[in-house]
Every structure is written in C-alpha cells, then in structure tokens.
Design a protein around this ligand. Structure first.
Ligand code: IPM
Ligand code: MN
Length: 377
C-alpha cells in the first residue's frame, strides 16, 4: 500500500467538460474530508477552445504531467467548427493522443441502471427496463482498428477521388483486450442478470470481415484459458437488437474499437442516457477516466448538464488506483462514493433536465456531497 499522495491530473477540456469536472472535484474534496488516503490534484487547460485561442491543443507541461500522473480525469474535448489542419477534431491530443501514447488499450464502459433512473425514449421518460436487468461491462479495444492513423485521400487537380481508412487488427491488440474481458468476467461479483452466469460476449462482424475473423479466433484461444466463463458470440448488427431487447443476457461484452464506440453509445440509453455513462481508458501502467458524453456545446455555460457520468468516472478512477496499489482505504472511499451516488439517484433528489427534472449541475453535486457528509455523521 502506498503512503504518498496520489497525483491526479485533471483535464477539464471544452464546453460542459469544465462544469462537470468542477462537480467531480468538489466530490473528491468532500471525500478527502475523512482523512486518508490523500490525493493531490493538478488541473491543466487544453482542447479545442484552447486551440482556438492559442494555436496549441495544450501545453507541453500538461502533456508531461499527464504522462507522469498516477491517474488522469478528463472532461470532454471538441468544439463545433474547430479542427486541426489535417481535419481531426481539435483536442484529439488529449483523448486519442493519450490513448495511443500511454497505450490505454482497454476502454472499459460499465452499463448499469441504478434504481430511480429513468430513460428517455421518443421524448418520454420511462422505465422500460428494471434496474435488475441492466448490469454489464463493455470493453472496447482502444488503440487500433479504424482509429489507427492509416488514412489517405487521393486528390487529382484539387478534386478528391478516393479516400481510404485502413482497419488494423493485431494479435497483440486483440489478445490483451480479450484477456482483460475474461479477467473482468472472473472478477465481477455477479454474472449476467438473466441467469447469474458469467459470460463474455464477442461482438464482431466475422461473417464478413477478415479482421473480425481474426478477433474471433483470438477470442476462442483466450477463452480456453478461462474454462469457467461462458462463451457467447454476436454479429454486431444482430447484437444491437438483442442488446435493447434482452439486456439481461449480457455480463461482459468485448468489441473492436469502432464497433465498441457505436455500441457503447447505444448501451448508454439502457443506463439512463449519456449523462450516466462513464469510461476508463486503461493500460498496464496508466489510466484516464472520463464521462463519455462529450462537450455538449449547446448546454455549455448553463450549469444544466448531468454530472453523474463524471461522479461514476471518479468512482472508477478511485477503484483503479485502489486495486493497483492494494489500497483498502481507497476502496472504501470508492464504496462510499457509490453508496452516496446510488442514494441520491434512488431518492430522485437531483434529476437534471435529461431526466425530466430541474436540478442543475451544481445541485447534483450538492446532493452527492450532502449524502457523503450525512453518511459520515
Ligand atoms: C468516445 C468519443 C471519441 C472516440 C471521440 C471524441 C474521438 O466518441 O470516447 O467514445 O471516437 O473514441
Ligand atoms: Mn464515442
């Protein structure tokens, strides 16, 4: 167990990123009131709006700090109309750049519906699924596939005639995300809601694509090292309907990068929407945690967006640090935070606009902090 303080680097980024991150920091401060363990937090600007002002996505010190940090907490990056000369989103250095440079190969996105949370479908707030039916973790490969930097454009006489995005699926990239998926299934305290069984669902398009065939072959090879975990296969197109129709079937789901990007946004609807979806970008030596929702420019500066995804990202970060450092005190802090969040959600005392309520971003922070302090008393 570590005795020195954990060094947490915070990158608030663009739009609503700084607003949700401010609440995440308040919650961390409230947790720290109970004493050990301690962390220090350093915040660095960066992103598309910073690029617009300065011509740089962030400063070299910020990048160096992120590389040296024990953990990184990211808000969101991206701003309409601001892109890099090569067409990539400005601020990509903070998200895609760190995923690649720190080799954060596993994008871990828990999808769990908490009691008290509704979902918005077709403009109405409903409870379609009971919380007992939605409890899965989706792992998305985070460094290769269509995100690998092999893109090209053929322009003759100024006219684009051909573009190419190459899909890169490697043995190393597949093996390590698949292994992590099986390890995740082994460690979870409950299996799929449907039957309590532990299973890893391999989502791919191996009926068409070579990379997916290789991913599935690798899945089978890795699966043989985990005889107690059930094997399960889904073509991605069929998966989208099964996911919505029978979310209770899923325990751990694993996919390549691009398909994982798409299915995790879809899955977020099952947990109440993007306002609740948190992700961890996890490697062997580094990790970065973030709300998945993005910078939401329309809501920026309004103190209106849902900060729960950030609270869950903070909880994931504390758990990752705790596991890595065998720090039981930090685990109990993460447990406290989860109980506080779950209590507020169940009481419905901080419903933001996306839940049909009127609570502001900072109201939600207030409620979670009160819950933390109330528990302490
Ligand atoms: C995500 C986002 C990013 C991605 C964007 C911002 C580049 O959509 O984290 O899911 O495509 O991975
Ligand atoms: Mn995405």
């Amino acid at each position: 167990m570590r005795t020195s303080a954990y060094d947490i680097v915070v990158l608030p980024g663009d739009g609503t990123g700084p607003e949700v991150i401010a609440q995440g920091r308040r919650v961390l401060d409230a947790l720290a009131e109970t004493g050990t363990p301690k962390w220090t937090i350093t915040e660095h600007p960066g992103g598309a709006q910073y690029y617009q002002r300065t011509g740089r996505e962030w400063e070299p010190e910020a990048e160096a700090a992120a590389h040296a940090a024990d953990a990184i907490l990211l808000g969101a990056v991206g701003w309409p109309g601001v892109s890099l000369p090569n067409g990539d989103i400005a601020g990509a250095a903070l998200v895609l750049g760190l995923r690649s440079r720190l080799d954060l190969y596993a994008n871990v996105r828990p999808c769990r519906l908490y009691p008290g949370v509704t979902h918005r479908i077709s403009g109405e707030y409903r409870t379609v699924w009971s919380p007992a039916k939605v409890d899965m973790v989706i792992l998305r490969e985070n460094t290769e596939d269509l995100y690998a930097p092999f893109h090209g454009r053929l322009a003759r006489a100024g006219e684009t005639e051909l573009t190419i995005d190459s899909r890169v699926i490697t043995r190393k990239g597949s093996e390590r995300i698949l292994r992590r998926a099986f390890e995740t299934a082994q460690r979870r305290d409950r299996g799929a809601p449907e039957d309590g069984a532990r299973r890893v669902t391999c989502v791919d398009k191996s009926n068409v694509m070579e990379g997916c065939r290789f991913f599935r072959e690798t899945y089978d090879r890795v699966a043989s090292d985990f005889p107690t975990i059930g094997r399960d296969y889904a073509y991605v197109d069929a998966f989208t309907q099964w996911l919505v129709r029978n979310p209770e079937h899923y325990d751990v789901v694993v996919a390549t990068n691009m398909m994982g990007d798409i299915i995790t946004d879809l899955a977020s609807v099952l947990q109440g929407g993007m306002g609740f979806a948190a992700g961890g970008n996890i490697g062997d030596d580094h990790a970065m945690f973030e709300p998945v929702h993005g910078s939401a420019p329309k809501y920026a500066g309004k103190n209106q967006v849902n900060p729960f995804a950030t609270f869950f990202a903070v909880e994931m970060m504390l758990r990752w640090l705790a596991d890595r450092n065998s720090d039981r005190l930090l685990t109990s802090q993460a447990d406290r935070l989860e109980r506080a969040i779950a209590g507020v959600l169940e009481r419905g005392s901080a419903r933001t606009y996306d839940q049909g309520g009127t609570a502001t971003t900072s109201d939600a922070g207030d409620r979670v902090i009160e819950a933390l302090r109330g528990e302490r008393r």
